[in-house]
Design a protein around this ligand. Structure first.
Ligand code: HEM
Length: 558
């Protein structure tokens, strides 16, 4: 080095550091260093005095070289002093990028299942700076979601989700803690209780009826077919918007519905895209994401403004003139605004609850219905079995209602719905979990703030756990012992434990009502000239849906 290190006493320090490193590396017990000479205050004074004298010697080159050596020494010391961790197995990671270039962006349930075959039921990928732990067995899933549910009960954050959730002011994507507990409690009363289901079921059944009426009125649907998803999407929006705001959209062309659907679609596309991974994994590349994040911010602002102006404020105006006379007359937003009035949450939290319902409830249920329709079209014998069961148990002409969907009253229909969810999980890796602090899992060390993916799809489709898992076979659920609520860790379409999906109380009966009524009203067929509809899938960061929205012929039954 260009400066006189000996005049500063730094040569002595350098020698001590190198000897210290040797002791650490060799693990020698015999060498005991005497550090008593090191008096920080005196040393700093001396250093400043000497530096003043040496000022002319501090060229830029010297300073940079000195800093580089200091940083290197600090890194070596930190590395050597860090406790030795027993990390889960995984591919060897490169500096900076980790395994990112080896494994790519699309870490979907199938790619991760292949890696699990190679590295085991718990393995680690380093995605740039982030640790990603993948869990692929029922036992370890139980540990993450149930036994150590608190330790692994947080959610990861990333640059894009931070924008859409206002840095975790929502419920679905927020860390485990007081805020999450409060938000979950406030959302439970208006959405996730039996009382709410009993109150809302008539609206669900009515919306399913409107679908059937519209399909029957559409002559083409019975001959060349219709993209049934479009009408079912309107139905799902109406079901959730009636529950939230007591409002509905008349037609698919309603301008407000079109705008809302477009903004929700944009939000999903931007959040589920792999295009922002590089800036998320490697923080120094984040400046290049500025344009992407600006678009996210713009979509988020327009979307929250739409929720506020057209739904929340409208409801407030209505309540000011004509307040609900009883609890039964209240819709979900009334309860949530009550919580705001009591000071339990703020105005932003109210908006993020609406945002969460829009992303968590509508498309997930719709995708599952869509997979269900596709499997019915491709398995006419299953349609017939379910139709016969409905006729026998309920009596011909009696449409299925919500109370019919429990206690295995309709075993084949229930088994069919579960089989749809086993083979085609809308959220196959669950919503990513995270451990706030260092944790242990299956004997491995899991560094704090690791992203934990539970590959629920692979657990439900691994031949080690299921017989002929690739076959669509509702019979496997026929005895009604395995529920979707997670009483068997081989089948977790809604997760289980603290962060499990609370919407299961709505989604499961709804799936049976909608699919059951379609089967009771129509013969569902592929379009002319097609043998089977395409069930290929496409996904994003953690969602999965049918790739092509097929045309389906709905031929009314007498
Ligand atoms: C078939 C439809 C649905 C599926 C497959 C589904 C699946 C899931 C899954 C896998 C999770 C994450 C569980 C975990 O991380 O361990 C989740 C979370 C969640 N779901 Fe659903 N869901 C569906 C419908 C709904 C509905 C209808 C609602 C609301 C009305 C809803 C609201 C939520 C909420 C609020 C969370 C976050 C829970 C938390 O973080 O504490 N979901 N859902």
């Amino acid at each position: 080095m260009g400066v006189k290190l000996d005049t500063l006493g730094l040569l002595d320090l350098e020698e001590k550091v190198s000897r210290f490193l040797w002791v650490e590396r060799s693990g020698s017990e015999g060498v005991k260093e005497d550090w008593s000479w090191w008096k920080p205050a005196m040393a700093v004074d001396a250093l400043i005095a000497e530096l003043a004298k040496l000022a002319p010697m501090f060229t830029l080159q010297n300073v940079v070289q000195g800093l580089a050596v200091a940083v290197f020494v600090a890194i070596v010391i930190v590395k050597l002093r860090a406790p030795k961790l027993k990390l889960p197995p995984g591919p060897i990671a490169l500096p900076v990028v980790g395994n990112w270039l080896q494994v790519g962006d699309d870490l979907n349930h199938k790619n991760l299942a292949e890696m699990a075959e190679k590295y085991g039921d718990v393995f680690l990928l380093k995605m740039g700076q982030r640790n990603l732990v993948v869990v692929s067995s029922p036992d370890i899933a139980k540990d993450v979601l149930h036994t150590q549910g608190v330790e692994f009960g947080s959610r990861t954050r990333n640059v894009v989700f931070d924008i859409f959730t206002g840095n975790g002011q929502d419920m679905v994507f927020t860390v485990y803690g007081e805020h999450w507990r409060r938000m979950r409690r406030i959302m439970t009363v208006p959405f996730f209780t039996n009382k709410v289901v009993q109150h809302s079921r008539y609206a669900w059944e009515e919306e399913a009826d409107y679908v059937i009426q519209d399909l029957k009125a559409n002559a083409e649907a019975a001959t060349s077919g219709t993209i049934i998803r479009r009408r079912l999407q309107l139905m799902m929006y109406n079901i959730m918007y009636r529950m939230m705001f007591n409002s509905r959209f008349e037609t698919e062309d309603d301008p407000l519905f079109v705008k809302l659907k477009a903004l929700n679609g944009e939000r999903s596309r931007l959040a589920q895209s792999f295009d922002y991974n590089y800036g998320d994994f490697i923080p120094i590349l984040r400046p290049f994401l500025r344009g992407y994040l600006k678009v996210c911010q713009d979509v988020k602002d327009r979307r929250l403004a739409l929720f506020k102006d057209y739904f929340i404020d409208e409801r407030k105006k209505l309540n000011a003139v004509n307040p609900p006379k009883s609890e039964a007359e209240k819709c979900a937003i009334d309860h949530i605004l009550d919580a705001q009035k009591k000071g339990e949450i703020n105005e932003d939290n109210v908006l993020y609850i609406v945002e969460n319902i829009n992303v968590a409830a509508i498309e997930t249920t719709l995708w599952s219905i869509e997979w269900g329709v596709a499997e019915l079209v491709n398995h006419p014998e299953i349609q017939t079995t379910i139709r016969n069961e409905l006729d026998t148990v309920l009596g011909k002409g009696n449409l299925i209602t919500e109370p019919d969907t429990y206690n295995n009253k309709l075993p084949y229909l229930s088994a069919f719905v579960k089989e749809v969810m086993r083979l085609h999980m809308a959220i196959p890796l669950l919503v990513p979990h995270m451990n706030l602090h260092h944790a242990k899992l299956a004997g491995y060390d899991i560094p704090a703030e690791s992203k934990i993916l539970v590959n629920a799809w692979w657990i439900a489709n691994n031949p080690k756990n299921w017989e002929s898992p690739e076959k669509f076979m509702p019979e496997r659920f026929l005895d009604g012992k395995i529920e979707a609520s997670g009483n068997d860790f081989r089948f977790l379409p809604f997760g289980v434990g603290r962060r499990a999906c609370p919407g299961i109380i709505i989604a499961m009966p709804l799936l049976s009502i909608v699919l059951g009524r379609l089967i009771q009203s129509f013969e569902l067929l592929p379009p002319p000239g097609v043998k089977k509809v395409d069930v290929a899938e496409t996904g994003g960061q953690f969602s999965l849906r049918i790739a092509n929205h097929s045309n389906v012929v709905v031929r009314p039954l007498d």
